[in-house]
Design a protein around this ligand. Structure first.
Ligand code: GBH
Length: 469
């Protein structure tokens, strides 16, 4: 049975500045931590960098036209902080802001709703040199930057997002070190998490002050759909610990104005959390207009000490790093969830998305939800005639959109869905080897070719009808 989504539903694609723009030295842009990291040997597969990426900085108008041709009605992009405020302090660079003003105008001209994300991981290197997110001052610098962008684009952008996936910034950037800036210090990671929360709250305040009343303020998190391997008390406790470090460390202060008591206890051997100051929690609990949810795959955990799983089915949840992104949770083992995987090795399981949507609709009943990222990497290759067929991606999207529809039928207030990604791009530590795009990019010529999933998704966006698979 085909199902319908409501009129006005946002059907978009998503990207991030460093993954697509290139032009890293143009118009006064200074390096971000991702320029530094990707140019450090051994950090990114194949030595890939975002120097050129998919040259979106020079192809912006053509890329927007492509979106319009596909039929999507929304686009989520991020602003490169070092492009509009080099070094992260002081006055804005007008030509940096002009690029985004031009992008937004192109979108509006085609009736495409822009969703602007202020921070998708590209901290100005100079702020990292001054200590980065583990330092409190970075949160204040972020609020200043938010004010600058709001001043420049507040007349034409309605939907604003502060941070993308603060978990990745804090725990992959400062804990496991597989993301920029590549530090591996569990205390720095926890401090970073708090200062990202604080930066979110301060930036949200700055946006409210600067923007017209119709503006909408949001944040995009990557909550973990974390399950216990068994119902044993030890495995349930492992689940609780990871839920605290993956999810509640952000959503408790943002939605409820407190840090989880169990998290403070779990991490007490590392820190007393005295970096949380008096008013911080009131600042962080800023009323939001929606919550952005990025979802790819669920997690399964158990107690490491209790686990009787064969070692081959176990991993430590560290990814490629010997350092943990889970401070204070050394007693937890991660397991590959059952089911088929994408090229990332991530298990395909739409139930995880359903569960998260239901969880946050219960936890924050009046807060609309937007799926700000969902998608899959596959080893796409053009056929002899140049076309690119990706039936696996269509199946992935179909499964997850069915789960979204089911959650809506069960009461979740979901306002939109953004496919990650508009086009193949720089997949962080994996470089250009992993393709998430609905549009294929030939990295030699920069030619764009919509894959069959792009056609399929455009049709869905135009009709609002999810056909049978
Ligand atoms: C998002 O990150 C990003 O916002 C986006 O820029 C990126 O391109 C996209 O997803 C695709 O990766 O480490 O094996 O235990 C998602 C990052 C991926 C981090 C899943 C946590 C857990 C799986 N998340 N990962 S694993």
């Amino acid at each position: 049975m085909s199902v319908s989504f409501p009129p006005g539903f946002l059907w978009g694609t998503a990207t991030a500045a460093y993954q697509i723009e290139g032009a890293v030295r143009e118009d006064g842009r200074t390096p971000s931590i991702w320029d530094t990291f990707s140019h450090t040997p051994g950090k990114v597969e194949n030595g890939d960098t975002g120097d050129v990426a998919v040259d979106h900085f020079h192809r912006r108008t053509q890329d927007v036209r492509l979106m319009a041709e596909l039929g999507v009605n929304a686009y989520r992009f991020s602003v490169s902080w070092p492009r509009v405020q080099p070094t992260g302090r002081g006055p804005a660079v007008q030509r940096g802001l002009d690029f985004y003003r031009g992008l937004v105008d192109d979108l509006l001209e085609h009736g495409i709703t822009p969703l602007l994300t202020l921070y998708h991981w590209d901290l100005p290197q100079e702020l990292e040199t001054a200590g980065g997110w583990p330092e409190r001052d970075t949160a204040h610098r972020f609020a200043d930057y938010a004010r600058i962008v709001a001043e420049a684009l507040g007349d034409r952008v309605v939907r604003w997002t502060t941070l993308n996936e603060p978990w990745c910034s804090a725990f992959l950037g400062y804990g496991s070190g597989v993301h920029a800036p590549g530090r591996t210090d569990p205390v720095a990671a926890l401090r970073a998490a708090h200062h990202l929360n604080l930066g979110h709250g301060l930036a949200a305040q700055a946006l409210r002050t600067q923007l017209p009343a119709r503006a909408q303020v949001s944040v995009s998190i990557n909550p973990s759909a974390v399950r216990a391997r068994t119902e044993s008390p030890a495995d349930l406790d492992a689940r609780r610990r990871i839920d605290a470090l993956a999810n509640r460390v952000f959503t408790d202060p943002m939605l409820h104005g407190s840090y989880p008591a169990d998290l403070l206890t779990d991490t007490e051997r590392l820190t007393d959390w005295s970096f949380v100051h008096g008013d911080d929690l009131a600042v962080i609990r800023h009323p939001l207009d929606s919550l952005g949810i990025n979802y790819y795959s669920p997690s399964v955990v158990s107690s490491a000490t209790d686990s009787d799983a064969p070692a081959s089915e176990r991993n430590d949840g560290h990814g490629a790093s010997e350092h943990s992104p889970w401070p204070g949770a050394d007693s937890v083992a991660f397991h590959q969830p059952p089911g088929d995987v994408t090229e990332m090795g991530w298990t395909i399981d739409p139930t995880g998305l359903y569960d998260l949507l239901m969880r946050y609709s219960r936890e924050a009943p009046r807060l609309p939800l937007v799926i700000t990222e969902n998608g899959a990497a596959y080893p796409d290759k053009p056929a002899a005639d140049g076309s690119v067929h990706d039936p696996e991606r269509i199946r992935y999207l179909h499964g997850h959109l069915s789960a979204v529809h089911r959650a809506m039928a069960d009461g979740a207030d979901v306002r939109g869905y953004f496919l990650w990604s508009l086009m193949d791009n720089f997949e962080w530590a994996y470089g250009y080897g992993k393709r998430f795009g609905a549009v294929y990019v030939d990295y030699d010529t920069q030619a764009r070719t919509p894959k069959s999933s792009a056609r399929w998704y455009g049709e869905l966006a135009r009709t609002g009808v999810l056909p049978d698979c």
